[in-house]
Design a protein around this ligand. Structure first.
Ligand SMILES: NC(=O)C1=CN([C@@H]2O[C@H](COP(=O)(O)OP(=O)(O)OC[C@H]3O[C@@H](n4cnc5c(N)ncnc54)[C@H](O)[C@@H]3O)[C@@H](O)[C@H]2O)C=CC1
Ligand SMILES: O=C(O)[C@@H]1CCC=N1
Length: 264
């Protein structure tokens, strides 16, 4: 039995992804503080709801997807009911395995994970790191579970704030670029639905090439950039507006914020 504690946006993405891979809904519990939200998800996915304590007692794997600011309260609800030998996976930004271990019974196996919302469609990217009492077998279990919603990499925990800044928050950067491109198309007089369709398929096609061609993004970009052409004119403007340093600053800010969240 798997229990998802905190079924907000990320909790639902994980729930949907896990069920999509054929896991029986009877094998998944959700625990969600907002009753209307819990009822909506139970109806949509056919899973049962339980209190955090009940979920802790019944599930062998707990997936914690509450906000970092709510994590200690959630751990305190779970800890008294948690039998030995359970695996606790947290996806909260910034919350270290040391914090998780401090609020759980001694020797609980914890895994800190950072997924992203494309998990909802089975295209997630998750990085995982082990706690002090986490054995290879626990990491394998976490990896197998999270692989049901996309790709998984193992990283040392010291890299997880950077991972959070890059792939955890990363989908938002791509969506912002998509929004900005759609508005630019509308500015040029394209009907909005046309601009949306052009941008969406351009994003999907570019992502497929990035993943499948084996070529570095630089080579793929160069192949679009004809000498003296339109792309070169556009790229010069993006460079003039400092796009690369904007990304460096943005990702650094996200990484700093992730580290701050650990402090509560
Ligand atoms: N949204 C994203 O793209 C990603 C989010 N995360 C992490 O996932 C966690 C959740 O983020 P979101 O889903 O965006 O937030 P959210 O606010 O949509 O979801 C959190 C949910 O937890 C519930 N909750 C709070 N305390 C609870 C408790 N004690 N027991 C049961 N339910 C409780 C809330 O009612 C809420 O529905 C955060 O820690 C975040 O860092 C990680 C990767 C990506
Ligand atoms: O914005 C956040 O804090 C969460 C963590 C990574 C993506 N969303």
């Amino acid at each position: 039995m798997i229990a998802i504690i905190g079924a907000g946006r990320m909790g639902e993405a994980l729930l949907a992804g896990i069920l999509h891979t054929g896991r029986d809904a009877a094998e998944v519990l959700i625990s969600e503080a907002r009753e209307d939200r819990a009822a909506e998800l139970c109806q949509r996915y056919g899973v049962a709801a339980a209190s955090p304590a009940e979920a802790a007692a019944r599930a062998d794997t707990l997936l914690l997807a509450v906000k970092p600011q709510d994590m200690v309260a959630a751990l305190n609800e779970i800890a008294p009911a948690l039998p030995p030998g359970r695996l606790v996976i947290s996806v909260a930004a910034g919350i270290t395995t040391a914090v998780l271990e401090k609020h759980l019974p001694a020797e609980t196996a914890v895994v800190r994970a950072m997924p992203n919302t494309p998990a909802l469609v089975g295209q997630g990217m998750t990085a995982i790191a082990a706690g002090t009492h986490t054995l290879e077998e626990h990491l394998d279990r976490a990896e197998t579970l999270l692989r049901s919603v996309g790709e998984v990499v193992r990283v040392p925990e010291k890299h997880l704030d950077a991972v959070t800044a890059l792939s955890g928050s990363g989908p938002a950067y791509f969506y912002l670029v998509a929004e900005a491109m759609i508005e630019a198309g509308v500015l040029l007089g394209l009907p909005r639905p046309t601009a949306e369709r052009l941008v969406t398929q351009t994003a999907v096609g570019s992502a497929a090439m990035l993943r499948d061609s084996g070529d570095h993004p630089t080579l793929l970009r160069e192949a679009v950039t004809s000498p003296g052409g339109t792309t070169a004119a556009a790229l010069r403007e993006l460079e003039r507006h400092g796009l690369r340093s904007a990304f460096a600053d943005a990702v650094e800010a996200a990484c700093r914020r992730s580290a701050e969240l650990a402090e509560g």
